[in-house]
Design a protein around this ligand. Structure first.
Ligand SMILES: Cc1cc2nc3c(=O)[nH]c(=O)nc-3n(C[C@H](O)[C@H](O)[C@H](O)COP(=O)(O)OP(=O)(O)OC[C@H]3O[C@@H](n4cnc5c(N)ncnc54)[C@H](O)[C@@H]3O)c2cc1C
Length: 381
């Protein structure tokens, strides 16, 4: 039994970590202030080959596998969680989805642009009235000559305000529940599409989130991803991988919280000594480390299983549930260790705390993860 990462993956992680510390972290204050994903970072991510990981070279990709892609997201997340989230939506939710479900023509049309980051990708499932109840979406895709016209609103879409290509789920049969949903590859230059607003949010700055409106926006038949009325299968095809990817990437946030806490505990003096000497502070550090180890092992294992094509729904949901909670606990303790200074925006721990909360909500909430795990344990559908 070998719990270490394969050498190739370890090297990829270390190199992405060095890149993110050198090139992304120094800009984090500015990214936090503007809440913009700087365009030049897309370019640098592409130059490193990161936006093409797990995509075959024939489509412009740089090879590797999903675990490697997630490890790069973890390394980036250690420097900046918002950038990591946008990277994940672009690569994992959009490009990998097209790779998994697309026709040869779709892969040749979209993957080279996505892997070179000339095109920015995302995925739009959530709507104002359909979040956890994702199969309750109402955006309609009405069949017309040569394709479909989309009408409806998507909300909370990562990269929405800057995306060129979106995987959009819409209803092709109003009466058929989850069997009436179709996935489309949608180009945002299409007339009838607009970004209603960029959403202002608590954390994950640098990762633009949008509310998107479709008003008679045409999408050709050849852009149906998967089959008509089988969008549910497209959702399910990547769900375990997406949850595992998100879990691995969130480990970066726990690492960053522990790192700043160790440093501060040694530097901050109270009662004539570093606060690191106090056992109550040591207990927090030890708990953070324990959470980190457990989250890392669960997330890596689950990604390793998922990329072998194994069905790991409860493992992926539990890895994500645990990692999200661990990340929230770590950010909370990091802030506590920094005392009043941690509450100020001068230090980055308050940002970590705001960022960590998203882990308990995005990609399905903690409650939905719990339901999924319990239903599988109980043998319920
Ligand atoms: C920053 C950010 C980025 C996002 N990016 C994307 C994206 O790129 N693409 C995309 O499609 N979506 C995206 N989302 C949407 C995200 O997936 C949803 O927010 C999430 O699924 C929850 O949906 P909701 O917000 O509508 O909450 P609701 O579903 O309204 O839930 C509200 C509360 O009720 C609970 N609840 C709901 N149903 C049940 C139940 N059956 N049992 C027990 N409790 C329940 C929930 O757990 C939650 O606590 C993003 C969200 C955020 C905040």
């Amino acid at each position: 039994m070998d719990f270490e990462l394969p050498e190739e993956h370890q090297l990829a992680y270390e190199s992405a970590y060095a890149f993110a510390q050198d090139e992304i972290k120094p800009h984090s204050v500015e990214i936090e202030r503007t809440d913009e994903f700087p365009p030049w970072i897309w370019k640098r991510l592409a130059e490193q080959g990161y936006t093409g990981i797990a995509v075959p070279e024939e489509y412009g990709g740089s090879g590797g596998d999903f675990l490697m892609a997630a490890l790069v997201a973890r390394a980036i997340g250690r420097a900046n969680s918002g950038i990591s989230m946008s990277f994940g939506a672009h690569l994992n939710l959009c490009a990998h989805n097209i790779l998994r479900n697309g026709t040869e023509q779709q892969k040749r049309t979209y993957l080279p642009g996505l892997t070179s980051a000339e095109l920015i990708g995302g995925l739009g499932l959530t709507e104002p009235n359909a979040g956890s109840d994702a199969m309750g979406i109402q955006t309609a895709a009405r069949e017309v000559a040569g394709g479909y016209v989309l009408n409806g609103t998507k909300v909370f879409i990562t990269n929405g305000p800057i995306a060129n290509v979106l995987i959009i789920y819409a209803r092709t049969n109003l009466a058929a529940g989850s069997r009436g949903i179709t996935a489309f590859i949608f180009e945002t230059s299409t007339p009838g599409y607009s970004v209603a607003r960029k959403l202002e949010k608590l954390g994950m700055h640098g990762s633009p989130t949008g509310e998107l409106v479709f008003e008679d926006a045409f999408v050709p038949c050849e852009n149906v991803l998967g089959k008509v009325n089988e969008g549910f299968k497209v959702v399910m095809s990547g769900l375990d991988l997406e949850r595992a990817f998100f879990a691995v990437s969130m480990v970066g946030g726990i690492e960053a919280a522990l790192e700043v806490s160790l440093k501060y505990a040694k530097e901050r003096y109270q009662f004539g000594q570093p606060i690191a000497n106090f056992q109550l502070i040591q207990a927090k550090l030890a708990d953070m480390y324990t959470d980190l180890e457990a989250a890392r092992l669960m997330a890596h294992r689950c990604m390793w299983l998922a990329q072998q094509g194994k069905r790991v729904s409860k493992e992926a949901a539990s890895a994500l549930l645990f990692t999200a909670r661990a990340a929230m606990r770590a950010a909370d303790e990091a802030l506590q260790i920094h005392g009043g200074w941690g509450y100020l925006t001068d230090f980055e721990v308050e940002k970590m705390w705001r960022n960590a909360k998203l882990g308990e909500i995005g990609a399905g909430t903690n409650e939905i993860r719990q339901l999924l795990i319990a239903r599988e344990l109980l043998g319920m559908r």
